[in-house]
Structures are given as structure tokens and as C-alpha cells.
Design a protein around this ligand. Structure first.
Ligand code: NAD
Length: 270
């Protein structure tokens, strides 16, 4: 019997987030799963240990074999521990989804503090770098190739008001994706980015509240306006992003690397 592949998704400990949806889909596809998130106790917008446990239990009750391990992607050491622990538990790592990100710093560029800038860049861009290096080292050592999927954003391709560090980090994720695709190509590791537009997750809800107030609209009017400008006339769902991740992880995507693929109902087309 073929051994089941293992998928690790960072920032997957927040219920209702893209990470949970991606892992649920990969679990349905037969992958063994690693749930990992920062210990965000005492902080708004970050996963709490009981939330990560709840996500883990939900994925298990869907039938998947799941290992969970806290990790702060800002720290190369913490990231090394994560992949060593996943290797010890499952014996292999085949797919990395770099999903952790900070999108809750919403301010005019003039008002962003150096600490806020560094936090967003450290998690959203440097975290992708640390995890890519650590996961790819295990993939290369195993000699079976692998898949690295970076959850970028529409904000990786276009500017948005009051999102300077986020847009800068996400644009950087595409640059890292293109270069890592070249550097790891000969090892059979593909590296791609997925660029969703708005999805109402925990992070998405905070953005709805901020940007509807910014535009002087109610949240429902703000979302209606958004859906109306999307060619497919609806707001994206976490399952849309999860489906793209499942495709990029699959054998069908074995000749696709270095891409930044929009999942935006036609709103973002370049
Ligand atoms: N929701 C959207 O509209 C949308 C659109 C495009 C892209 N994205 C991207 O999708 C990803 C998931 O976002 P989401 O909407 O599910 O929001 P979310 O807030 O539920 O997920 C982000 C996760 O990152 C984790 N995280 C933060 N700091 C961390 C750290 N130092 N180490 C490890 N994990 C850390 C958080 O705890 C959280 O679980 C993010 O990268 C986000 O930028 C979201």
C-alpha cells in the first residue's frame, strides 16, 4: 500500500480560516495533516491554543490523521522544530502551505509604525522564507520532490488603501515564489502562489469592519458592492482557495511552478 502524503499548513489554527478549509480539503483527498499556528494567547486576531485544538479535533472527526504543533513562523528555530516534529510523527513532509499572515494592520501609510511594519513583514514574508527553507530541506533529503504553495493575495498584485506593509509583504511572496521555483526545480519541488481576493474569515471580518467604515457603508452594503464588481458576482469562499491548493498539490499540477494564480472570480486578471 502506498504511504499517505503529509501536508503542513501554517496559520491553520484559527476556526473558519483559509488554513482550516485547505486542510479539510486535503484531508478529504487522503493526506495526513499538520495543523500549526502561533500561540496567540492574550492577543486579538491570532489563534489561541484551544482554537487550534478545536480545528485539530474537527479535522480528525472528518477522518484525517492529524498532528498539531505550535510554531511562530517569525522564528527560524521554531520553524525547524515544527518540521523536525512533523518528521518524527509522520516520517515525511510532502506539501507545505504557507498560509500564516497578518492582515489586521490597516492604517494610512503615514501612520504605520516601524514595529507594525516589521510584524507584518516578519510573519507574512519572512515566515514564508523560513518555512520554505526548512520544509524543502526535508523534501530534498527524501528525494521524492514536493509541493510548496504560498497563500499570497490579490494584494500581491495590486495596491490597496491603508495596507502598505501587507501589500509589500504579499508582493514579496510572489518574488520569493518565482525564485524558489527556480532554485528547487531540479529537486522536483514546485513552488506556486495562490492569490485570493476577499474571503470573510476572521481576518476578512476585521477587514470588512474597517473598510466599510472607511467607505461610509454598512458592512452588508460594502459586501454587496464588492460582489457586484466581481465578474462572477459573488464573494469568494475559503473552499475556492482550498480547491486551488488541492490542484497544485496533485499530480495534475506537476508541470506548474513559479506561478501566482488568481482565485478571484475574475476581479484580478493579471
Ligand atoms: N481572508 C481574506 O480575504 C484573504 C484574502 C487573500 C489572502 N488571504 C491570506 O490568507 C491567509 C489566511 O488568512 P485568513 O483570512 O484565513 O485569516 P486568519 O487570521 O484566520 O489566518 C491567519 C493565521 O495566521 C496566524 N499567524 C499570525 N501570526 C503568526 C505567526 N507569527 N506564526 C504562525 N502563525 C501566525 C494567525 O494566528 C491566523 O491563524 C493569510 O496569509 C492571508 O493574508 C486572506
Amino acid at each position: 500500500m502506498t504511504e499517505k502524503k503529509v501536508a503542513v499548513c501554517t496559520g491553520s489554527g484559527r476556526p473558519g480560516g483559509l488554513g482550516e478549509a485547505i486542510l479539510r480539503r486535503l484531508g478529504e483527498e487522503g493526506y495526513r495533516l499538520v495543523v500549526t499556528d502561533v500561540d496567540g494567547s492574550g492577543t486579538n486576531h491570532l489563534a489561541k491554543p484551544d482554537e487550534m485544538e478545536a480545528v485539530t479535533e474537527r479535522l480528525r472527526s472528518g477522518g484525517a490523521e492529524v498532528f498539531s504543533h505550535a510554531c511562530d513562523v517569525r522564528s527560524a528555530e521554531s520553524v525547524k522544530h515544527l518540521f523536525n516534529a512533523a518528521m518524527e510523527y509522520f516520517g515525511r513532509v510532502d506539501v507545505l502551505i504557507n498560509n500564516a499572515g497578518i492582515g489586521f494592520v490597516m492604517k494610512d501609510t503615514r501612520e504605520v509604525s516601524p514595529d507594525e511594519w516589521n510584524l507584518v513583514i516578519d510573519v507574512t514574508l519572512s515566515g514564508v522564507f523560513h518555512c520554505t527553507q526548512a520544509a524543502a530541506a526535508h523534501m530534498e533529503a527524501a528525494g521524492r520532490g514536493g509541493r510548496i504553495i504560498n497563500i499570497a493575495s490579490q494584494a500581491a498584485k495590486s495596491g490597496f488603501p491603508h495596507m502598505a506593509p501587507y501589500c509589500a509583504a504579499k508582493h514579496g511572496v510572489i518574488g520569493l515564489t518565482r525564485t524558489a521555483a527556480i532554485d528547487y526545480g531540479a529537486a522536483g519541488i514546485t513552488v506556486n502562489a495562490v492569490c485570493p481576493n476577499h474571503v470573510t474569515t476572521g481576518l476578512g471580518s476585521a477587514q470588512n469592519a474597517y473598510f466599510s467604515a472607511f467607505k461610509g457603508l454598512t458592512e452588508s452594503a460594502y459586501l454587496e458592492e464588492m460582489a457586484a464588481r466581481i465578474p462572477l458576482q459573488r464573494i469568494g469562499q475559503a473552499a475556492d482557495t482550498a480547491a486551488m491548493c488541492a490542484f497544485l498539490a496533485s499530480d495534475d499540477a506537476s508541470f506548474i511552478t513559479g506561478e501566482a494564480i488568481n482565485v478571484s472570480g475574475g476581479e484580478e486578471v493579471h
